[in-house]
Design a protein around this ligand. Structure first.
Ligand code: NAG
Ligand code: NAG
Ligand code: NAG
Ligand code: NAG
Ligand code: NAG
Ligand code: NAG
Ligand code: NAG
Length: 923
């Protein structure tokens, strides 16, 4: 899986998998398949259930651990005698026999909390001889095997065991299910799948999903599935299908193979080309191959579809591959409704042939290398277009100002296209739009006020960031915008006071504008859904309102770079999910409120450049155990350092510089274990990402770190590399505790401008990763330890203004540093100082002494930005979300906010309309 290699982190993988599954499962939900909510149909009251079957159900319940009490209606008492009324049970309204069991962990409508059962599948199901429908998807059967008796439920038509934590071989006993029409076994832990012979007996199968099953050694899989006469939909996602395993594909071009196949879904395999025989599947309507290894010219790739399939093909989904070349003449595919070629390497222009695809509903070519000017004529026949994704190419859309498009789009993704300079008027005509992403499209205009006052009620995401939109904003209408969850207007030139916003927002980013005044009006965002609030770098001012308790799900709060003043309100302490708190660069004062101790999920706490005072609170160490980044730089903290700070074993960046902290440096610093060892995690593992409509970019504001006297903005995912202690410019006394030298992975240590004494111990040479060491302006004495020459990455060293003596160790890179970094030590001699050591000749300054500072900086930058490989906007924990979340998944809206263990609080809204279309296609 591309996404997974990109993301790394193991737990994150799981999370993604789970999140993804959820979507997958919800995509399986279908009214047409008779998904039933709980109790039976309306007239079920009149049906009496059969006593034997009732007992069997009770027995079945005994096998389950029902953590959510979902089966509370399954009782033996008299009042619950009629099992046809029980949750998930559906009986025949004629005979009273139990026909269907709907016990999926996933909510019926895709909205709500996952409620899985645990336990085992009891054989009492055998007492339900008329059972036709069994859905146990999403439950946790503890990696047990599929019980063999399932093969004896001979009336089954529908068996869904997707993501049920089952394992082992798939029992060949399933072959007896001769009526089976739908079989979903995907996303379990099947082992030893050597053949699928059993499957060849299931001649009624129409829908088959074996995703996440390693089929690489099941040599017969293709032979078997291609001979299933009624198979309409085949889903083999992430099944290790390689070109090799498909090598027999060309043999299948007789009319008996895939005789009914409409939908072939093979994403996340290792296919490098489209097998030719796919083109001979005359019934094929949907071909989905995202995230394979398809490469070469698109025009050549699709020649293999030039059999009869080209006439029937409606959906061609080839995104996330390495396809090159230009777009083909689409006239060959007259039935196309959806084209997804995003995330490839296509170049050239959009072909004119698109004009005639009058059935086209989705055109997605985002993130390629397409160029050119698109005029409105391209769209004049495309009245059915719903999804237009052209983001991240070099495309210009030049439409006449009063063009009224023939379509009503649901999704408009035009990020980084050129549509400016005026606000594109045609967008105002789109009244069904849910995703409107027109970031960085060169608008230099105001937002039409009448549009803001009457936004389409379908809107979920409104991203106008990175333009030059100016002017004061009127209030965004708050009526009827219940779905609007993300507003990103960052990096524009908006001004004036903050307008009112809809109350259900999840994500609000207004950073880098010129908003001014108080933020009290934001307290009206009270849907309790707000997770991300970034108001940084505006001209906001005043005291913070004390209304943070109404945003209990806030994960990121960034108020940096404004003119806020006064004390931090205590209600910030109710943000127990907060991962990142940035209040830096304001005028906050007073003590840090002790209620902040309740923000126990904090990972980043940035309080730099304010006027906070008082002691460095001990609770930071005691109560914020997840902190990785702690900066109290440039405030007025005083008193001595609390020992509790040492409890922060995950801490990687500690910046307490420019305060009035006194006392000694605690010896327990060696407790910062994250600084002592290489750590390989990336932040994704720690923090559940925040999804929004499947495309929310988790752009955490970058972290600023001070290194080598410069401030660097750190984006990127490999935060694991940054280990920094900065205690500079305080009133610290005593010696450098030797424990600090066990922080072997430290890359920068700055204790300059204090009153530290003692010798610099030889042990300092242990800090082999150190790039920057600043001990200047203290009272260190003795000689410079020769071990410093072992620090081969050292690029910056300042020992000036101490009481050091003796010869600067020679023959090392020390001679390469500027002499000014050694001055102010009366008794120091030798290169690069001019002062010669006793018995030496006057040294001539070598040419290569001063390092070019700029060069340094460049190096550093390169180093810092290693790993920001995702290509476009990367956040602090760097989710390239569109890499992660496929378009096809985006029809779900979901939100993960809980922590890893209990993250399963998810909201999904399935795009029912689209699903239904899909079902009609399959039906
Ligand atoms: C039984 O249910 C089916 C559909 O669920 C309905 O069409 C039929 O009329 C019902 N029969 C009786 C006798 O209620
Ligand atoms: C899960 O399986 C293990 C052994 O495979 C067993 O020890 C454990 O009790 C099972 N847990 C449940 C909840 O059934
Ligand atoms: C699946 O079962 C295994 C074995 O009992 C357990 O460790 C694991 O947590 C379960 N996974 C899920 C996702 O429920
Ligand atoms: C499957 O059916 C065959 C006969 O067709 C029978 O012999 C066998 O026992 C059945 N297996 C199961 C698991 O029911
Ligand atoms: C497209 O890219 C290919 C290389 O993949 C190159 O040979 C060709 O000239 C490019 N075409 C255009 C129109 O840029
Ligand atoms: C949004 O807010 C409205 C009331 O303002 C409420 O009825 C609706 O359920 C909310 N939507 C969500 C997704 O919470
Ligand atoms: C080191 O940290 C742990 C908690 O992470 C704490 O219990 C222990 O007291 C600390 N040790 C010292 C010497 O502070």
């Amino acid at each position: 899986m591309t996404m997974i290699t990109l993301m790394g982190g193991r737990s994150f993988k799981l999370l993604l998998l789970h999140a993804f599954l959820l979507i997958l499962l919800s995509a399986h939900l279908s009214p047409a398949l008779g998904f039933i909510s709980g109790v039976g149909v309306g007239d079920a009251n009149n049906i009496r259930c059969i006593e034997g079957e009732r007992q069997a159900l009770l027995e079945f319940k005994k096998g389950l651990v029902d953590d959510y009490g979902r089966l509370s209606s399954w009782q033996s008492g008299d009042e619950n005698k009629n099992c046809c009324n029980w949750e998930g049970v559906r009986c025949s309204n004629l005979t009273g026999h139990v026909l269907e069991l709907h016990l999926s962990a996933y909510p019926n409508d895709g909205v709500g909390r996952i409620k899985s059962f645990r336990g085992m599948i009891s054989s009492s199901l055998l007492e339900l001889p008329y059972l036709t429908f069994l859905d146990l998807s999403g439950n946790d059967f503890n990696q047990s095997y599929i019980p063999k008796f399932i093969g004896s439920l001979s009336n089954l038509k529908h068996l869904d065991l997707t993501y049920a934590n089952l394992s082992g071989p798939i029992p060949h006993h399933l072959q007896n299910l001769s009526h089976l029409q739908l079989l979903y076994l995907g996303w379990n832990h099947w082992k030893n799948i050597e053949n699928l012979e059993w499957l060849s007996h299931l001649s009624s199968i129409e829908d088959l999903d074996l995703s996440f099953t390693n089929l690489s050694v099941a040599n017969d899989w293709l032979e078997v599935v291609s001979r299933l006469p009624k198979l309409k939909s085949l889903i083999l996602q992430f099944c290790d299908l390689s070109p090799m395993s498909l090598s027999s594909f060309p043999r299948f071009n007789d009319s008996k193979s895939f005789a009914s196949l409409k939908s072939l879904y093979l994403p996340e395999n290792q296919l490098v080309h489209i097998p030719k025989s796919i083109g001979n599947i005359c019934t094929l309507r949907e071909l989905t191959l995202w995230s394979n290894h398809l490469n070469g010219q698109l025009v050549e790739l699709i020649t293999n579809l030039s059999g009869c399939a080209k006439d029937s093909l409606e959906i061609l989904e080839l995104s996330y591959n390495q396809i090159t070349g230009s777009l083909p003449n689409f006239a060959t595919f007259p039935s196309l409704k959806e084209i997804d070629l995003s995330m490839n390497k296509l170049n050239g222009t959009l072909p004119k042939s698109i004009e005639n695809l009058y059935k086209l509903e989705a055109l997605s070519v985002s993130s390629n290398f397409l160029v050119g000017v698109i005029s409105e004529s391209l769209f004049s026949n495309l009245s059915k277009l719903r999804y237009l994704h052209l983001s991240n190419n070099s495309l210009s859309l030049e439409f006449s100002f009063d063009w009224v498009p023939p379509f009503q789009l649901n999704e408009i993704q035009l990020t980084s296209c050129n549509l400016g300079p005026r606000f594109p008027n045609w967008i105002l005509t789109q009244r069904n739009v849910s995703f409107l992403e027109i970031s960085n499209i060169n608008i230099s205009d105001t937002i039409p006020a009448e549009w803001l006052a009457d936004l389409p009620p379908t809107l979920k995401i409104l991203d106008l960031s990175n333009n030059h939109i100016y002017g004061r904003l009127p209030n965004v209408s708050t009526k009827g915008l219940n779905d609007l969850s993300k507003i990103d207007w960052s990096a524009n030139s908006l001004e004036g006071p903050l307008p009112h916003f809809p109350t259900n927002l999840t994500f609000l980013n207004l950073s880098k504008n010129q908003f001014l005044g108080s933020i009290s009006s934001l307290c009206k965002i009270n849907g309790q859904l707000l997770a991300y609030l970034d108001l940084s770098n505006n001209r906001l001012s005043g005291r913070l309102p004390n209304c943070f308790m109404q945003w209990p799900k806030l994960v990121v709060l960034n108020l940096a770079g404004n003119h806020f003043f006064g004390e931090v309100p205590s209600s910030l302490g109710s943000l127990s999910m907060l991962n990142s708190l940035s209040l830096n660069n304001n005028n906050f004062s007073g003590n840090l409120p002790s209620s902040l101790r309740n923000c126990s999920s904090l990972i980043v706490m940035d309080m730099r450049n304010n006027r906070f005072s008082g002691n460095v609170p001990a609770w930071i160490g005691e109560r914020l155990p997840s902190l990785i980044f702690l900066s109290l730089r440039s405030n007025m903290f005083n008193g001595s350092l609390p020992l509790h700070l040492c409890w922060l074993k995950d801490l990687q960046i500690l910046d307490l510089s420019l305060n009035e902290i006194s006392g000694t440096i605690p010896q327990c610093l060696n407790n910062f274990t994250a600084m002592a060892q290489k750590i390989n995690y990336i932040v994704e593992e720690l923090i559940p990402p925040l999804y929004d409509g499947g495309i929310m970019q988790i752009v955490w504001d970058s972290v600023m770190v001070e290194l080598k006297r410069n401030e660097y903005e750190y984006h990127g995912t490999n935060l694991g590399l940054l280990k920094i202690i900065n205690l500079s410019s305080n009133k610290l006394i005593g010696k450098l505790p030797s424990e600090i030298f066990s922080l072997l992975d430290l890359i920068s240590l700055n204790v300059s401008r204090n009153n530290l004494i003692g010798e610099i111990p030889q042990m300092i040479g242990q800090l082999k990763q150190l790039e920057s060491l600043d001990l200047s302006s203290n009272q260190f004495s003795g000689e410079i330890p020769s071990s410093i020459s072992e620090m081969s990455f050292l690029e910056f060293l300042d020992l000036s203004y101490n009481n050091l003596s003796g010869k600067i160790p020679s023959g090392t890179q020390l001679q390469g540093f500027d002499a000014s970094y050694f001055v102010g030590n009366r008794a120091l001699c030798g290169l690069p100082l001019i002062q010669k050591c006793p018995g030496e000749e006057t040294p001539s300054r070598s040419e290569a002494t001063t390092k070019d500072n700029e060069e340094n900086e460049d190096e550093l930058r390169q180093w810092f930005f290693v790993g920001t490989g995702c290509g476009f906007a990367i956040g602090f924990w760097g989710v390239c979300s569109s890499l992660v979340l496929k378009r096809s998944w985006r029809h779900a809206y979901f939100l993960l906010l809980d922590n890893m263990k209990d993250w399963i609080y998810v909201t999904i809204t399935v795009n029912i309309a689209r699903l239904q279309r899909k079902i009609q296609r399959q039906g």
